[in-house]
Design a binder for this molecule. Structure first.
Ligand SMILES: [Fe+2]
Ligand SMILES: [Fe+2]
Length: 191
């Protein structure tokens, strides 16, 4: 078993909880009520500070190693690295739409829901594919030495939200919400 894959799977469980919170707030918005915009903004901020900076680059490294060890299998997981770039683009687009909607109540509601849904769908599909195809393929193809090399080249990064390293309390409100609403069974699909 690889500690790198364990870490990536833990990140996915955490991200799945955050996606559930976003989905809930988008439903509130769709129903014509006032969602907790700050909460959604905080989640998007976090995804740009931790997953985009550490989780996806680490997966890119694992993919590069998989391409060396088993190029045929590597093709079956598709262009993961390009998906990470697209995910970054969708996140920035969603964050911009959120900014607009927070500042201008006249923004078409459908447009915001569409941008949010595309982000959520892509994020969830991407993680699902990694869980089902990418991680098992990497676990089969990479050697213990490969995993050791990856762990040395990309040492574990501090997770400011789930790792308890948020010294400035930037994510306090978000963490409180996670504790309040996210039950373990919400993330059963990645268990
Ligand atoms: Fe990924
Ligand atoms: Fe991932």
């Amino acid at each position: 078993m690889s500690e790198t894959i364990d870490k990536l799977r833990t990140d996915h469980r955490n991200l799945a909880r955050l996606m559930d919170i976003i989905a809930r707030e988008v439903r509130v918005f769709e129903a014509g009520d006032l969602p907790d915009y700050d909460l959604v903004a905080s989640i998007l901020d976090y995804t740009q500070n931790y997953p985009d900076r550490y989780h996806h680059p680490l997966e890119d490294r694992v993919l590069a190693k998989l391409r060396q060890r088993d190029p045929d299998i590597a093709t079956t997981v598709g262009d993961l690295d390009q998906e990470h770039e697209k995910l970054g683009t969708l996140t920035r687009r969603f964050a911009a739409a959120l900014d607009n909607v927070m500042q201008d109540a006249e923004l078409p509601r459908d447009g915001f829901v569409e941008v949010a849904s595309e982000y959520l769908d892509f994020q969830r599909r991407h993680m699902q594919m990694e869980e089902v195809l990418f991680f098992p393929a990497a676990l089969r193809a990479l050697s213990d030495d490969d995993w050791r090399e990856l762990a040395t080249d990309a040492p574990p990064a501090d997770d400011p939200l789930f790792g308890g390293t948020d010294a400035q309390g930037k994510y306090d409100a978000l963490l409180e919400e996670i504790m309040k609403w996210s039950k373990p069974q919400d993330t059963a699909s990645f268990a």
